[in-house]
Design a protein around this ligand. Sequence first.
Ligand code: FES
Length: 105
Amino acid sequence: MSKSNFVSSIKVGELPEGHMRGVRVKGKPILLARVGGEVYAVSNLCPHVGCEFQGGILTGYIVMCPCHGWKFDIRNGQYQENPQTKLESYRCKTENGKICVEINK
Ligand code: FES
């Protein structure tokens, strides 16, 4: 049985609308982004050659990797050029003024 396990991260006010931020949650590199009032969390390691995304560009729900321009949908981690490639995505919630990310292992 898998137990839900939300781990607190940065404060809600540290992630304004339209911004993204790289954090570590239980040692995992995670990119948090707020779009349309919702917070999304995906793995912060580009599957191309492992750059982090926070220096890239967020346009709507699409983050572009700063290294070579690969684009991913922050809602589900989907790479825009190939449906076989996906970033891991994580559920988020807000609790006690903090963004919490679900880490199951
Ligand atoms: S490392 Fe992200 S596009 Fe190359």
